[in-house]
Write a protein of this length. Structure first.
Length: 198
């Protein structure tokens, strides 16, 4: 098996148009990221653990961690091992009496557990190669160049008539008077009155 790539949680992001959340994992000592869509409850479970919010009763992932402990199984690491049909597959790897066991898991649940157990998150190189992104490299070529300026499309007769109202208004404005602080046409009654001192 090739060497797994260690990552850490970079951020948990909200998509405003859908109830989905995005967990962004960052490769250690690299600017490569792995975004994984998760449900809102799993995202909340990850965020609560990251912020070390104390709950009065154990949440589902706290319960799972406690079950491992009750059976003397020590969680060693979390693995994201496969990406198939846009679905990520993960494992919770634990040590039980000297024997390494792998428990199939959704990556979102595994990540929520990893934060609570303080264990590393590892990604298979094939997953990182397929779904990982490097921001600078993933910008399309020429995307930073300024677009060529083109002539505006000609106005229709109706559009020209509508704009003529504004042209007439702007033509009547005396911009020099607007800029002048000492405008003789200013009516003192328009100025705000200062309150009298009592």
């Amino acid at each position: 098996m090739p060497d797994m790539i260690e990552v850490q949680i970079d951020s948990v992001r909200v998509h405003l148009m859908t109830p989905q959340r995005l967990v962004v994992l960052k490769q250690l000592n690299s600017d490569r990221y792995l975004p994984i869509w998760v449900g809102p409850y799993e995202a909340e479970a990850i965020t609560v653990a990251l912020q070390e919010v104390e709950m009065s009763r154990p949440l589902t992932h706290d319960l799972l961690k406690n079950v491992f402990g009750a059976f003397n199984a020590r969680i060693l690491r979390i693995e994201i091992v496969k990406l198939q049909n846009d679905i990520f597959y993960g494992n919770i790897v634990a040590d039980l009496n000297g024997k390494e066991i792998h428990v199939d898991s959704r990556p979102s649940d595994a990540i929520a557990l990893s934060v609570r157990a303080h264990v590393p998150i590892l990604v298979h190189p094939s997953v990182m190669n397929e779904a990982g992104i490097v921001p600078e490299q993933d910008i399309p070529e020429g995307a930073q160049e300024e677009p060529e300026k083109s002539e505006p499309a000609p106005l229709s007769k109706e559009g020209a008539e509508r704009l003529s109202v504004f042209e007439d208004f702007l033509g009547k404005l005396d911009l020099d008077k607007l800029d002048s602080k000492d405008n003789p046409d200013d009516d003192p009654s328009d100025q705000p009155k200062k309150p009298k001192k009592k």
